[in-house]
Design a binder for this molecule. Sequence first.
Ligand code: GDD
Length: 367
Amino acid sequence: MFCHEFILADLRVYDNCAKVVKGCEHVFNLAADMGGMGFIQSNHGVIFYNNTMISFNMLEAARKEGVKRCVGGGAAVGAPPKPLLVAAPVSLCRPSQLLLRQQRVHLPRARADDDGPERWAEGERRLARCGAWLRVVHTYRTRMSLLPHAPRRLPTRQPQDAYGLEKLASEELAKHYGKDFGMETRIARFHNIYGPYGTWKGGREKAPAAFCRKALTSASEIEMWGDGLQTRSFTFIDDCVEGILRLTKSDFAEPLNLGSDEMVSMNQMMEIALSFEGKKLPIKHIPGPEGVRGRNSNNDLIKEKLGWAPSISLADGLKVTYFWIKEQLQKEGGDAAKYAHSTIVATLAPMELGALRASDATEFEKK
Ligand code: GDD
């Protein structure tokens, strides 16, 4: 047991929130119904409902209890992409590419005679896929002119998935509670946290754990959702904990990125996972939930406000995670091959309020 008191409770229920914050001066609300792409893209409704209930009730319970500092975790998916790049039209020449938020967007080339709607629409689709709020206003041969969407068409915020929308709403609530009731609230936007004790099987696991598990159990080829050129940054749990504590002690009450800025493609991360035991396997790219095309943490603000930023390299953090998952596999025994594939969690409905999932806290019972 790694804490002196452990209460297993459904935090969607206000009375339970009031019970767990009783007598606390500091509250760290890191509870959420969450997971990687295999969960969040097939479970918008349950995630939105459960997480809204948890975040809102915990904040209100902390307020009523007179808690001094309340820290909540947002997620990078809640961060709306910035309106991109351009204040004036941009013309693109050959090659029809544009570097948008560190991703290269290949715009469709014109056929000699074609300036038609298909190419136009495909250009807009590719821009939208990488989160750009740009529209194609004119194409001519290999040139394409882009404008930001007219303000009336701009969504004011554009979080990823219902999961991100809830994080954004909860951030706003925390800010209002801070201003309206004088509570000290702190908001961290986590960038894919991973490490030992994280979920590593069953469909909710995120890519770092999934890749380690597959590297350990695949025999002739290794499966990966998508083309592997998706980019992410991943934050080791120790950096996350240190960042949370530093943020708590700081005076900064606005949302802050808490994430590594070491950006890798999924192909690169798989290479790292395979390297720990000198494995060499071809990657089999298969269709699956991919999420955003690219994401990285901008750490300018955290450096400015905390004088610190996450620094544990992916190679170091992933190695610890890999060998921890290896231990778990050894404990489980049985046919390792069944772990070579990732599953997608079926769409779930919220459980009855007050009920707990059969799997909840089983890891605590084992200790
Ligand atoms: N999980 C998983 N499992 N992802 C895989 C796999 C696999 O077997 N194979 C390839 N991928 C790819 C996914 O398709 C995605 O493009 C990328 O690896 C990263 O997937 P995840 O780690 O599952 O999620 P994410 O980075 O898109 O989003 C996660 O992090 C956010 C915070 O930064 C999610 O956990 C979000 O809920 C979270 O907010």
